[in-house]
Design a protein around this ligand. Sequence first.
Ligand SMILES: NC(=O)c1ccc[n+]([C@@H]2O[C@H](COP(=O)([O-])OP(=O)(O)OC[C@H]3O[C@@H](n4cnc5c(N)ncnc54)[C@H](OP(=O)(O)O)[C@@H]3O)[C@@H](O)[C@H]2O)c1
Length: 264
Amino acid sequence: MPLTSGLKGQRVLVTAASRGIGFAAARAFVEEGARVVLNGSNQTRLDAAVKDLRSLGDVQGVVADLTQHSELDRLVADTRTLLGGIDTLVYNTGSPAPGTFMEQSFETWQAAANLLTVSPAYLAQRVADLMLTSHTRGRMVFSASIAIREPIPTIATSNVCRIAIAGLVRTLARELGPNGIRVNGVLPGYIATERVDHVFEDAARRRGTTSDQVRSALTREIPLGRIGSPEELARAFIFLGSDMSSYVTGALLPVDGGFLRSVG
Ligand SMILES: NC(=O)c1ccc[n+]([C@@H]2O[C@H](COP(=O)([O-])OP(=O)(O)OC[C@H]3O[C@@H](n4cnc5c(N)ncnc54)[C@H](OP(=O)(O)O)[C@@H]3O)[C@@H](O)[C@H]2O)c1
């Protein structure tokens, strides 16, 4: 039997999808024939993203700030109105402020915890409610970072707060598995987006070097010898967000060109 995603007509919500990783994920689902709602916090950028994808299929946008719980409620309610339900949630988000551990203020820690821990848990609960009440055997895919396995020195808040995604994925996989809802995570390595350019620029400033030199040094640490593309990462979202992964739940899949060295 040929391997197909079976995503045609499936209802998919992709958060933080107006640029970068989220946009590539949304595009991949549209290309598979899914009906997709994209989210972002900025109306103009979201409108541009929706316009870019419209010729490819069924795409709509819902503006909501993922850090505000009332907006998460509205995001799920609006998606339900637009699509009639959710078969797949792809949770991507914005980035916390860069900096080392000792540079962070209490307010920065709180903001990062809200963005990277509280917000995905709250949205997962709302989407699970919807899937359970509509008897949908759905899937959730949470994007985190390789930083949860090997901390990155200049993104301390991400190292600390994103680990919660691993707990969220494992907890939900156990709790929702009996209802046929699968929950998995993706750990992106270095992926070519605006965000990663800023990370390299920040590292270059700290080391008194150039961002090209930072990029070259880092690339030497990646066994496949290059930064990944958002499109390569998007294939992992398609796999985990469709029935291609029908017997996979509670997994965290690194997509990093082999960067992580640890076993397990
Ligand atoms: N690129 C990498 O190598 C890499 C590796 C590991 C992890 N990550 C993480 O993966 C995530 C996406 O990274 P990226 O490189 O694609 O970043 P990006 O290019 O900066 O895109 C971020 C996206 O998040 C949206 N966003 C930001 N804050 C939001 C909010 N409060 N509510 C709703 N949407 C929001 C942005 O849209 P608006 O501007 O419209 O809000 C944009 O669509 C980030 O959390 C990043 O830290 C990235």
